[in-house]
Design a binder for this molecule. Structure first.
Ligand SMILES: *Cc1c(COP(=O)(O)O)cnc(C)c1O
Length: 424
């Protein structure tokens, strides 16, 4: 297919290469191509569409807002939409969880939130070094890339990525690794050569880097070390947050309270660009305008973001719904993984997938899934993990259908028969 996308759009384009069709409409867990074919979406905009496509409870208030003559762009001026979003976020998210955070609107993307977090951590501590983890992904701008693992993405920087180093994530050194004994010793010994870091930045589940999920005990130990040494703990919840792993924040069940939290992807709830950086009030040492930008908090995104909090996060019912579909997803993935020697399920909640020992398997299964009408991507440095990220709002029937397609695709690639009969 030679078309305007190939003739005009840069070679940098990526997702459109594996999913070579032209999408026109979308609703709930389905995307529809121009030729009318429906694709079940187990990708969800890389986590930007946790509530599915065009959810009516979000579309309606957005349409009303747009037609009402309300303000769209306002830099960081006070608007009715922003007040509603801040009040709702405070009432329904921060207050019930006893989280005392200030809210900053950086630029509208995940990497903008990470850059703001890193900048603030360096400013507050007066230190420059930041620790990140093996296989981490934090975004494509230079500060975020410096704490990102993937060598191909790092190479793209074109300049040395400095003032950061990478330490082993949970599971990187094998299951019962020494965890933090090196880090503890290095911080305690003034001869270790490790500059005392301003911050450690961590994902609770590595969305792009292969779906490793950190154990709660590992995250608690990391948090303890940070407290002990006065190092700020940044949780990048851009992908794992907003309900993706079961609770609103991915660290809620873990028993840690990060100093700084990055949110983006699904915080607007509708696929509109919006990001937040949250931090403890005593860290709020910014001078007015010291971190600036034209698109910090977009009113239409405030409208859909607030509407989603009101629609889904008033009580615990949505968390129960997520727990049910996540159990169904993990059961299905386990049955698919069981059929292949060396394959195992990774991830947590609705951010889960299958790690294959053959690094080509996941990519082939994703391609076979597409021909069967299912969008699913891969994760990990070699694309060795099949990554599923259905909408949190998906029905049990749609989820089952997607798992069936995945099983068929996996059968065609691995030659192993898969029976999904125990999936509800
Ligand atoms: C996607 C992602 C980012 C970057 O977000 P962009 O909006 O693409 O800049 C940062 N951190 C994590 C964990 C992500 O998944």
């Amino acid at each position: 297919m030679s078309d305007i996308f190939e003739s005009l759009e840069s070679e940098v384009r990526s997702y459109c290469r594996g999913w070579d069709t032209i999408f026109e409409r979308a609703s709930g867990s389905f995307l529809y191509s121009e030729d009318g074919r429906g694709y079940l979406d187990f990708f969800s905009g890389a986590g930007a569409l946790n509530y599915g496509h065009n959810h009516p409870a979000l579309l309606r208030p957005l349409m009303e807002y747009l037609l009402s003559g309300a303000v769209i762009h306002s830099l960081d001026m006070k608007t009715t939409a922003k007040r509603r979003f801040l009040e709702t976020f405070h009432e329904l998210i921060l207050k019930p969880r006893n989280l005392d955070y200030k809210v900053m609107f950086p630029g509208p993307t995940g990497t903008n939130s990470v850059e703001a977090a890193l900048k603030l951590a360096r400013k507050v501590t007066g230190r420059t070094h930041v620790l990140g983890f093996t296989n981490a992904f934090h975004g494509m701008t230079l500060g975020s890339l410096a704490v990102t693992g993937n060598s191909m993405k790092r190479q793209g920087a074109g300049v040395p990525l400095t003032h950061a180093s990478s330490i082993p994530y949970d599971g990187f050194l094998g299951d019962d690794a020494l965890a933090f004994s090196w880090l503890r010793s290095a911080l305690a010994d003034s001869g270790s050569g490790l500059d005392k870091p301003a911050a450690v930045i961590v994902e609770t589940v590595q969305g792009e880097g292969g779906l490793r999920a950190a154990r709660a005990s590992w995250l608690r130990e990391l948090s303890d070390i940070c407290h002990q040494y006065g190092i700020l703990l940044i949780v990048d919840d851009v992908q794992a947050g907003c309900g993706r792993t079961g609770k609103f924040f991915s660290f809620e069940d873990v028993g840690i309270v990060p100093d700084i939290v990055c949110l983006s992807k699904s915080i607007s709830a509708f696929g509109l660009p919006l990001a937040l950086t949250l931090f403890k009030p005593e860290l709020d040492l910014w001078k007015p305008g010291e971190h600036n930008g034209t698109f910090r908090g977009h009113n239409p995104a405030f409208v859909t973001g607030a509407a989603a909090l009101e629609h889904f996060w008033q009580d615990g019912r949505f968390e129960q719904k997520i727990a049910a579909v996540a159990a169904q997803l993990h059961e299905g993935l386990r049955l698919i993984a069981d059929a292949t020697e060396g394959a195992s399920v990774r991830g947590r909640g609705m951010l889960a997938g299958i790690h294959y020992s053959d690094p080509k398997a996941a990519g082939k299964i994703a391609a076979e899934s597409f021909t069967r009408g299912l969008l699913v991507e891969t994760s990990g440095p070699e694309g060795e993990v099949l990554k599923t990220m259905p909408a949190l709002t998906i029905s049990a029937t749609e989820l089952r259908r997607g798992l069936e397609i995945l099983a068929e695709a996996a059968e065609s690639v691995t030659g192993q028969r898969i029976v999904l009969k125990t999936v509800a």
